[in-house]
Write a protein that binds this ligand. Structure first.
Ligand SMILES: *[C@@H]1O[C@H](CO)[C@@H](O)[C@H](O)[C@H]1NC(C)=O
Ligand SMILES: *[C@@H]1O[C@H](CO)[C@@H](O)[C@H](O)[C@H]1NC(C)=O
Ligand SMILES: *[C@@H]1O[C@H](CO)[C@@H](O)[C@H](O)[C@H]1NC(C)=O
Ligand SMILES: *[C@@H]1O[C@H](CO)[C@@H](O)[C@H](O)[C@H]1NC(C)=O
Ligand SMILES: CC(=O)N[C@H]1CO[C@H](CO)[C@@H](O)[C@@H]1O
Length: 953
């Protein structure tokens, strides 16, 4: 076999030659990043230690947050010159080299939060001439060198919060004349001197100095003519020196937060005074203050313009009628997170302008009478201890539009509680132990648009329960205990577009239950217990009247782990359905007619079922399908896509299934495919996937997400290797070309050898024997123990011959241990592992070749494995037994078979009629051969006549 040897030899040369080619790097499938909307790169967390190199230049936004990058330099960003936004939050960047951003002239937003920068240096931000927003929160910045920001002339937003700065300096403003928002919370700044920041007026609108420990606040010039928001929360120390030379310096401040100040009453009053007389202060936050509240409230409310006042978290237990009597102009009052148990009836009487009252997170046990005496529009009493609503709780509150009562132990409602709320838009009643509605919505609240009853204990809804709610658009009943619906339950809800019934105990949808919801667009029935006896068509499909429905969720109905069925006309009537969630249902099949009624489906989520095979014509009726999710469904192949003709499909998610080979025609049939998710499949790493591998790397349309992390499952010696690192380029090299090259090599070698032979005869003979000995040794060491002598692969139609002839002869007479494909595999086991084990656990593989075999088994997994082993281990493991004569032209589609026939031995049963014993003897010899160098010679002696005509050479 000198030819075969040199074939492999020249193969090696060629391989080496090809390897040194540089493969195109402008790949569309990226290493751990994905591109969305064609211009945004999103790069997976924890994947990068350095800036990724393969992001295409067209990208305008990169999200690299949560990686491990520690340094940035000029070469890192030179390939992405068109960036508008770069997010590097939560890396370990401690160093940004000078001129790193020099090509980033279009960058507008740079986010470096949560890194390890200690110092901002000259040159670090050079080039960022168009930068508008720079965020550096949560680093360890102590120093900012004077010229650091010199390129940033357009900067508007600078966030330096949670660092270690000790001083304010004009660094921030010197080169950034248009800075509007400056955030420096939680640093170590103890003095604010206006002359340090700037000596002329600035453009600042927002200044956040919160969580510093300010001891001096000195404003000696009007540098803040435009300042609107000043945040000093938790930032004022006791004994602060507060000097504002002219009160008009802060005259435009609209929002002030001085929550949590630790200052004497006097100090605080001084601060408040600054804003009172001439300022525009409208929003004041005075939370978490332990000083005499009454004095401060009075001081604050002296300002006639104050309209929104927050006094949260102050431990207030009782509101007396005087507490707020000066706050006559308030529009919004926030009293959340106090300890209120009692609010006197007249508390809000002087607040004639009040329209928003927030008393959430207190200890009220009933709706205070005081709220009735207001003209409020919004009332928030959530997270109290209100244990029931009374008929006159909201009496005469005709102006009320938003009522938030969630997280109170309300238990059942009454029909009178909402009777005067004719303008109510929004009613939030979630988490409130409501078990009965008792007609609360049968006559009242005709203008309600949103009603939440999430997480209550409703079990039954009455006929016409929501009869009065003609304007209702959103009804949230998620997390109750509803089982069935009476006819007419939803009567009156003619405007309802969104109905959420998720996580109830619904077992069936009775005829006509949903029939009144003519405007419904979104219906969520996820996590219920809907099931049918069979897939047979039903007389009254549940959604027959919902022709406007766009989104339907019927996922996760299998909470009881039983086998689920949906009738084949389950979706009948949903002519406008666009999005269907039907995942997590333990479905073992989907009837081919399922989608016949939903021609407008765009998105189908079928993941987490046990489908294995998908009917070829299942998706044919939904030609507009754009996104298909069928992950975790034990799919064995993607061939169903070939028949579906999904020419508009853009996204396909088929992760965590059991197919291992991706065929060219399948992928080529998806002509619009942009995103392909395939993580977690068991890829076969041999020439069968060669096309797919090349395609992943070179195609310019489809991103195969996470492809660089796909792992090989077969063959065993490549298990765990990365799929894309397998070199398959040799698979596409033309065998004939190789043999041409090798023949040429062989001729030259022969010439050389005979030349050498002539002069160095004896040395050469000696060297030859040495080499043979070496080969023999190396082949026989570590030889695995085989469980079987042969693995027999055959078609079920030839089972008669195998069981009747082959098996008795080989097992009973000759005593071989055979592993039979159909006999020794238990159905339901992970079959692929089993086949691989069987083939590698057998010394030989006998293929019983017939026409049937060629058609159905030849391309099967087991032959792939066996022929891989043939090439992989370079052992003669295949024994071909031809049951019938097959003319060569009929073999032409099976190119691998033809190729094998040229090199491999085979036995022909059809020609053994006369001498069956000779046939069996030859088979015995073929089985006997061990894999030592002489094996090939013995094999040659059993060569029989060709099964048909001689293979064309
Ligand atoms: C820049 O950093 C990359 C790694 O991020 C490194 O490979 C490259 O050599 C560095 N270039 C310079 C000029 O330091
Ligand atoms: C509601 O208003 C009517 C008429 O203005 C008044 O008679 C009635 O007492 C009010 N009800 C409550 C509970 O304040
Ligand atoms: C409903 O309850 C669940 C579990 O107790 C909770 O996670 C969810 O946030 C609740 N929903 C609402 C709207 O409060
Ligand atoms: C596949 O769909 C395209 C357009 O949607 C159509 O032109 C073509 O005829 C279809 N092919 C088959 C085989 O149905
Ligand atoms: C032929 C062969 O290897 N059969 C094995 C298939 O796998 C099951 C268990 O997974 C084994 O019990 C069989 O021996």
């Amino acid at each position: 076999m000198p030819l075969r040897g040199s074939c492999f030899y020249s193969f090696g040369i060629l391989y080496f030659f090809l390897n040194s080619f540089i493969f195109p790097t402008a790949s569309y499938t990226l290493n751990n990043c994905r591109i969305t909307q064609n211009t945004q790169a999103i790069c997976q967390k924890n994947s990068f230690k350095v800036f990724p190199k393969d992001i295409p230049a067209r990208v305008r936004s990169i999200d690299l947050s949560r990686n491990n990058i520690s340094t940035l330099n000029k070469t890192d960003l030179k390939n992405v010159p068109n960036l508008l936004r770069l997010d590097l939050t939560r890396n370990r960047i401690s160093k940004i080299e000078s001129s790193t951003f020099v090509v980033q002239i279009s960058l507008k937003v740079l986010i470096l939060n949560n890194n390890r920068l200690c110092k901002l240096q000259e040159g670090m931000f050079d080039g960022l001439v168009n930068l508008i927003e720079l965020r550096l929160t949560s680093n360890q910045i102590q120093t900012v060198e004077r010229p650091s920001f010199k390129s940033l002339s357009k900067l508007r937003i600078l966030d330096l919060g949670h660092n270690k700065l000790r001083h304010l300096t004009n660094v921030f403003l010197q080169h950034t004349p248009h800075l509007q928002n400056l955030y420096i919370p939680a640093n170590n700044i103890s003095t604010f001197h206006s002359w340090e920041l700037s000596n002329k007026s600035t453009e600042l609108i927002v200044l956040d100095l919160s969580q510093n420990e300010l001891q001096f606040f000195r404003l000696t010039a009007g540098i803040f003519p435009k300042l609107k928001t000043l945040n000093l929360k938790d930032g004022i120390e006791d004994g602060i020196v507060w000097e504002v030379n002219d009160k008009s310096y802060l005259r435009n401040v609209v929002r002030l937060d001085i929550s949590g100040v630790r200052s004497s009453l006097h100090g605080l009053q001084e601060v408040l005074e600054t804003f009172n007389s001439s300022s525009s202060l409208k929003y004041l936050q005075l939370n978490h203050i332990n000083n005499s509240l009454q004095v401060l409230i009075n001081a604050s409310c002296k300002n006639p313009k104050l309209s929104s006042f927050e006094i949260q978290n102050n431990g207030i237990k009782v509101i007396t009628s005087d507490l707020l009597h000066l706050c006559t102009n308030l529009k919004a009052l926030v009293l959340g997170t106090n300890e209120l148990t009692d609010i006197s009836d007249d508390s809000f009487q002087s607040l004639r302008q009040l329209n928003t009252l927030i008393i959430e997170s207190n200890c009220l046990t009933s709706v205070p009478n005081a709220v009735r005496k207001t003209q409020i529009i919004k009332l928030d009493l959530s997270f109290n201890n209100i244990n029931g609503l009374r008929c006159d709780d909201f009496a005469n509150m005709t102006r009320l539009q938003g009522l938030y009562l969630y997280n109170n132990p309300l238990s059942s409602l009454k029909d009178c509680v909402f009777k005067d709320l004719v303008n109510l838009h929004t009613l939030m009643l979630q988490n409130s132990n409501i078990d009965q509605l008792n007609g609360a919505f049968k006559e009242n609240t005709p203008n309600l648009k949103t009603l939440s009853l999430i997480n209550n204990t409703l079990t039954v809804l009455d006929h016409g329960e929501f009869k009065a709610l003609n304007s209702l658009q959103t009804l949230l009943l998620k997390g109750n205990k509803l089982e069935k619906f009476k006819d007419g339950t939803f009567f009156g809800l003619s405007s309802l577009t969104h109905l959420d019934l998720e996580s109830n105990e619904i077992i069936e949808i009775t005829n006509g239950a949903l029939g009144d919801l003519k405007a419904l667009k979104t219906l969520n029935l996820g996590s219920n217990c809907i099931n049918y006896a069979s897939v047979e068509p039903i007389l009254y499909p549940p959604f027959a009247e919902l022709s406007q429905l766009v989104t339907l969720d019927i996922s996760s109905q299998s909470r009881t782990h039983k086998r689920l069925n949906f009738p084949q006309n389950f979706l009948q009537g949903l002519t406008n359905l666009s999005i269907l969630y039907i995942h997590g249902n333990h479905l073992t099949s989907v009837h081919p007619n399922t989608f016949n009624y939903t021609p407008n489906l765009n998105v189908v989520v079928l993941s987490n079922n046990f489908l294995r095979d998908i009917p070829d014509n299942l998706f044919s009726p939904i030609q507009k399908l754009k996104s298909l999710y069928i992950s975790m469904t034990m799919l064995r192949s993607l061939d169903f896509l070939l028949h579906a003709n999904l020419t508009e499909l853009e996204l396909l998610q088929v992760g965590y299934n059991t197919f291992s080979v991706i065929r060219e025609p399948v992928m080529l049939s998806l002509s619009a495919l942009t995103y392909l998710y395939m993580q977690g499949n068991s890829f076969t790493c041999n020439c069968d996937n060669a096309w797919f591998l090349q395609w992943v790397i070179t195609n310019k349309q489809t991103q195969v997400l996470d492809a660089y992390n796909f792992e090989c499952s077969y063959p065993p010696n490549l298990k765990g290797r990365k799929l894309l690192q397998i070199d398959v380029r040799s698979c596409t090299v033309d065998m004939d070309f190789i043999c041409y090259i090798s023949t040429a090599c062989a001729v030259i070698m022969t010439l050389a050898v005979s030349f050498t032979h002539h002069f160095l005869q004896w040395h050469l003979v000696y060297a030859y024997y040495l080499m043979l000995a070496f080969l023999y040794n190396s082949k026989n060491k570590d030889k695995p123990a085989h469980q079987y002598d042969a693995f027999v692969s055959y078609n079920a139609n030839d089972e008669g011959w195998v069981l009747g002839e082959l098996l008795p002869k080989l097992e009973d007479e000759q005593g071989w241990r055979l592993c039979l494909h159909h006999r020794d595999f238990q159905p339901g086991k992970p079959i692929m592992e089993n086949i691989t084990d069987a083939i590698y656990g057998s010394r030989k593989t006998i293929c019983v070749v017939s026409r049937d075999y060629l058609e159905s088994e030849w391309c099967s997994r087991e032959i792939q494995v066996a022929s891989f082993r043939l090439f992989d281990e370079q052992k003669d493991v295949l024994i071909l037994v031809f049951l019938e004569d097959i003319p060569m032209q009929q073999l032409s589609p099976y190119y691998r078979m033809r190729r094998l026939l040229k090199r491999q031995t085979y036995l022909s049963w059809s020609r053994a009629d006369a001498h069956p014993n000779l046939f069996w003897e030859k088979l015995r010899q073929a089985l006997e051969t061990q894999e030592h160098p002489m094996g090939e010679h013995i094999l040659l002696t059993v060569e029989d006549g060709p099964p048909g005509e001689r293979p064309d050479q």
